[in-house]
Structures are given as C-alpha cells and as structure tokens.
Design a protein around this ligand. Sequence first.
Ligand SMILES: [Zn+2]
Length: 216
Amino acid sequence: MACSAHLVRGERIICTGCLLTIARTDFHSRRGNTLEQAFWGRCLIERAAAFSIYNRGSRIKTLIHELKYKGRKEIGTMLGDLYGGILSDSGFMEGIDMIVPVPLHPARQRERGYNQSDCIASGISAAAQLPVRDDIIKRLVKGGSQTQHGRYARWENVKGLFIVSKPEAITGMHLLLVDDVVTTGSTMEACVNALHEAGDVKVSIVALAAAQKLTL
Ligand SMILES: [Zn+2]
C-alpha cells in the first residue's frame, strides 16, 4: 500500500521494506519530547507521542493519504495495532482508561463514510486492550484549511469547534486522544481544552504522524 510492491507470505497491507523505512520516533519512551513541547503553554497534556514524522515524500504520508481519501481503512487499523503494541510495551499506556478518536465534521464523515481516527483508535484499542468511545466529543463547525493561517488565526478557527457531549462518562479518567496527523496542533489543542472544560480529566495524545516542523 506504500510502494505498490507485491506482498509476500506473512506480509499484510504494508511490505516489510516499507515498514522498516517509515521513520519512527522514540517519543513514547521520552517524557518532555519535542511533540509534548509543541503543546506547552497551549493546553494541558500528560504525554504525547507520534508513530512517525510527516514530511514531503515520506512513506507515512502516502499511507495516511490512502487511509483518508482512498477508503483504505485497514491501514489505520493495522498501523494503530502496531503502534498500540509499541505504546503498551513502553509503558506509555499506563494509567490510561479510555481511547477517544478526534471526530471529523459530521458532513465530511458522511461523505467519506468513516473517520480515519476511528480506524487508528480501534487498532490501538485491540493492541492495548482498552475501550474506545467515539460518542464523547462532537465536532461542531467545519474548519477550513489550517496551514495557511498564522497561529492566532488557526486558534480562532478551531476555538469552540469541539463539545463534550458526555461529560459524566469521562469524569476522573485519563483519556488518550487519537488523530491521524498532528500538523499544527490546533485541532488537538481545541479538543484537549474542550475535555478539560467538561470535567476533571487527564489527557494524553497520540497520532500516526507529526509534522516535522512542529517537532524540531
Ligand atoms: Zn512497500
């Protein structure tokens, strides 16, 4: 799915060569990593990690594109399962009670037929043996493209974008927010802040990939 090579016996979805080629981070085993630092002063998180780094031409970018726009849900489940195992083995999942995918705008989800974050979350859930709830957070208005705007404009764009529809279901919990890509961090920031406003929770975040410029 990443390089169009034929798979051999024992391989599924992504060939061994590509799996080895994907640039992985060690964020899961490093507290205060550069992804966590990207959120300092913006929202309160316990831990942050991303499976890979996202930049032009990277294998992970191809895979995420297939996952989001070509209906290849199994890429999300497979990489989520792979990363969920890594997160569990490293102790990153310790204390986490529930996995919460970042919601898509309802209209976009209807159009696409699924939310790619749900696919990733279900893979992580299977590996980490933790429940997923996709009914905790709702997304209200459609955000435009965030990459052209300055930081304040991006924040304005996502402020109030999420509401917590089931605050009673998360009180006292440590939640793991899951998204496909962290590009500017604005979406995650808005989601984390909405969760904190709704109740007494701890929040950690993971994504399949984080933009390189965010984590330098
Ligand atoms: Zn390949």
